[in-house]
Each structure stands twice: as structure tokens, then as C-alpha cells.
Design a protein around this ligand. Structure first.
Ligand SMILES: *Cc1c(COP(=O)(O)O)cnc(C)c1O
Length: 384
């Protein structure tokens, strides 16, 4: 089955019983059983997608989890309250005193903050490697997980995920990846060798900027410790949110094709502007990560970054404030375009940023490219 057909037809197992085209929304805290045998069966460790208690999910949660697992080419899926909750669950399940976690430098800021400020003080050694490094010398006997994000948040640096997986596999170390940018539509994480794929479904999978959700995919074995962590920490997603995400999934591939087309048009347009020093978007043929992107991705999503020509803080603010179609706000993956001043992790402690090297992160929504370009054009007048 091809991708559009799959997304239209999967995740509808529970619809039949309700005589509806869509699966019903089941909300529950208490789950009741007819017999003691049924109760015991549901609470047996190996039964993952049977209702036990609201915290472990309802049939709506399981519908989304099964659909996402099949979509990602994985055995199983876990839904969590947010993308960050999914990241925290995977990292925590592999952390502990005497253990070493290895991550690439450009991971999502809150991922680094959690590692440095929550895991490290409890005795986990956390280390970061540059995206272009061979990870072999970084692997230790106590490395419990290699964690990557590609492309890196904000800087859009690419890394060779296949090489990372091969090096880790030689040492028997699992690899987890934040695959939010690519989604399974553009990035086949498990085929590349990634054991645990993490998605902030808050972004493209839901696609409408109205919920928070994380999804983790992998084999039963690869997700065993993360599943235990989720069960024990109560990291569950609400059924209402799962129901909406399932609806978002139906149009994911259609939306992404459009986001990609418009993002490419804007990136090419910005590249030739005198107010722009460089555009960081691996789908651009001149981008340093272009070859790696082509080798690992089948498409490009809508967020990318560009560097403005040196300008004052006032001119920069005037540019951002003049934008009418790009709303100023965190997150991305919805239908609407967004803009964000991108501050690399290493500069976050500075009260005033240097006039040179100001980075702007755009999320290109579903609007028309011509309208978005004219909006950028009138706003760029302020930094000319
Ligand atoms: C937004 C984001 C997250 C966090 O997801 P939330 O659902 O917002 O908690 C994780 N990784 C990446 C790459 C993101 O962009």
C-alpha cells in the first residue's frame, strides 16, 4: 500500500464496531471487567494494548499507537503527553549513575537542558559530539544510549545517521533519534537502523497547532525500558489528543508535500536577497548538509533558518514586527507560517546578541508562496 492510501485507511479498527467511518473517542479513568480472569489477563505484563486503567490508554490511544507503529514500520508505539515527555522518557529509561549518554551538539534546546540540569546531577555522564564527527572514539563501555537529532534544531546541521547506527551497533549500543522534522513520510528512521524514533506529534502529525503529544516507535525489545518508565511515571497522553492526532495523520503526507514545495520556494527566494547572508536548509543544493539529506531523507519539511546581514537590535525588531503573515511564536508544524529569532544554545546566556550572525527561524505554512515572499519583502525593508 502506498503512503496516502495507508494514511486514509489505517487506524480505523475500532470504527467498525461503532458503525462509523472514524474510530470513536473513548474517555476513561476506570476500566471495568466482566470477570476476574479478564482483569488478570489485562494486567498481565505482556498485554500492551488492552485497557487496564485510564493512565495506560483507552481504545482511542491504542488505535493511534497501532496506526503510528505500522506507519513507522515498527512493532509498537507509545503515546506521551508531549514531545518533550517522550524525549524525557527515552533518556531517563537509559540514564543512571555510572551510565554515559552520547548526544549530538545541536539537539533541541530543552533536550540539552534536561540532560545537563536533571540527569547529570543524578550521576549520568552526558556528552555531546559535533554533527560531522565519527562517533567511534566517543563510545565507552558504559555508553547506554546514543541519541541523535537530524537535522539539528535551529542550525539545521545534518549528521550521518547510518554511520552513527553502524558504529553503535558494533558495540551493542541502542540508538534513539528525534525524528520530528522528517516524520515517517520523509525519514524512514527504523530502515536506517535507528532503534527508537521519537516524534513530537504536536508538530506535523497533528498539524493544526492545537495540542501537545509525543509518539515513540520501535520494537517491543527496544521500547521495553521506555514503556516501563512511562507506566511508572504516568507519562500518558489524553485520548482526546490521540483522537485529534489520528485525524491529523490522514492529511500528513498531503500537507508535507505542500510545506516542502513552499519552503523550497522561500528558501530559494531568500538565498538571493542582499539582506540575507545564508540560508540553512539541507534541501538547497548548495547547503553543506545537502548530500547527507539526499541520502537519508525523501523530502524536506517547512522549518528552516537563515542568517540576516549584520543589523542593529532595533532594525531586527522592526523586521520581525513588520511581518504580517508570519506569526511570532514557538513551535511549528501547523498550517500557519511562523517566525522565531533563533538563538543557538551557546549564545543563550548573552543579554545582548551580536549584530552579526542574527538567525531567523521560519516555519513555512500552507499559505501561497507569493504572499509569503511579499510579506518577507516588505519586512526586510527594515534591515536594508
Ligand atoms: C518541538 C520539538 C520537540 C518537543 O515537542 P513538544 O511536543 O513541544 O514537547 C522535540 N523535538 C523537536 C525537534 C521539536 O521541534
Amino acid at each position: 500500500m502506498q503512503i496516502h492510501t495507508f494514511l486514509a485507511h489505517s487506524g480505523r479498527h475500532t470504527a467498525r464496531a461503532a458503525q462509523a467511518i472514524n474510530p470513536p473517542l473513548v474517555r476513561a479513568s476506570t476500566v471495568v471487567f466482566d470477570t476476574l480472569a479478564d482483569y488478570k489477563h489485562a494486567h498481565h505484563q505482556t498485554v500492551f494494548d488492552a485497557p487496564r486503567y485510564g493512565r495506560s490508554g483507552t481504545p482511542t490511544t491504542f488505535e493511534l499507537q497501532r496506526c503510528m507503529a505500522a506507519f513507522a514500520g515498527a512493532e509498537t508505539c507509545l503515546a506521551t503527553a508531549s514531545g518533550l515527555a517522550a524525549i524525557v522518557a527515552v533518556l531517563s529509561a537509559h540514564a543512571g549513575p555510572g551510565r554515559h549518554l552520547l548526544l549530538n551538539q545541536g539537539v533541541y534546546g530543552p533536550t540539552r537542558i534536561f540532560c545537563d540540569q536533571e540527569l547529570a546531577p543524578l550521576g549520568t555522564t552526558v556528552e555531546y559530539f559535533p554533527e560531522d564527527a565519527d562517533i567511534t572514539p566517543y563510545l565507552r563501555d558504559n555508553t547506554s544510549l546514543v541519541y541523535i537529532e537530524t537535522p539539528a534544531s535551529l542550525t539545521m546541521d545534518m549528521l550521518d545517521a547510518r554511520a552513527v547506527c553502524a558504529a553503535a551497533r558494533q558495540r551493542g549500543i541502542p540508538v534513539a533519534a528525534d525524528a520530528t522534522w522528517g516524520t515517517p513520510v520523509f525519514f524512514d528512521a527504523h530502515a536506517i537502523g535507528i532503534d527508537i524514533a521519537i516524534h513530537s506529534a504536536t508538530k506535523y502529525i497533528n498539524g493544526h497547532s492545537d495540542l501537545m503529544l509525543g509518539l515513540i516507535t520501535g520494537s517491543h525489545a527496544a521500547l521495553a525500558s521506555t514503556r516501563r518508565y512511562c507506566d511508572r511515571s504516568g507519562a500518558h497522553a489524553a485520548p482526546d489528543v490521540c483522537w485529534l492526532a489520528l485525524r491529523g495523520l490522514r492529511t500528513l503526507a498531503v500537507r508535507l508535500a505542500r510545506h516542502e514545495q513552499t519552503a523550497m520556494a522561500l528558501a530559494l527566494w531568500l538565498q538571493h536577497r542582499p539582506e540575507v547572508v545564508r540560508v540553512m536548509f539541507p534541501a538547497l543544493p548548495g547547503d553543506p548538509g545537502h548530500a547527507l539529506w539526499r541520502a537519508q531523507f525523501s523530502g524536506a519539511a517547512g522549518p528552516f533558518t537563515f542568517e540576516l546581514a549584520p543589523c542593529s537590535e532595533t532594525a531586527f525588531a522592526a523586521f520581525i514586527d513588520a511581518l504580517r503573515l508570519f506569526s511570532l511564536g514557538t513551535s511549528w508544524g501547523g498550517y500557519e507560517s511562523l517566525v522565531l529569532p533563533a538563538v543557538p544554545y551557546d549564545l543563550r546566556h548573552l543579554a545582548t546578541l551580536p549584530d552579526a550572525g542574527r538567525l531567523v527561524r521560519l516555519h513555512v505554512g500552507l499559505e501561497d508562496a507569493e504572499d509569503l515572499c511579499s510579506d518577507l519583502d516588505q519586512a526586510l525593508a527594515h534591515v536594508r
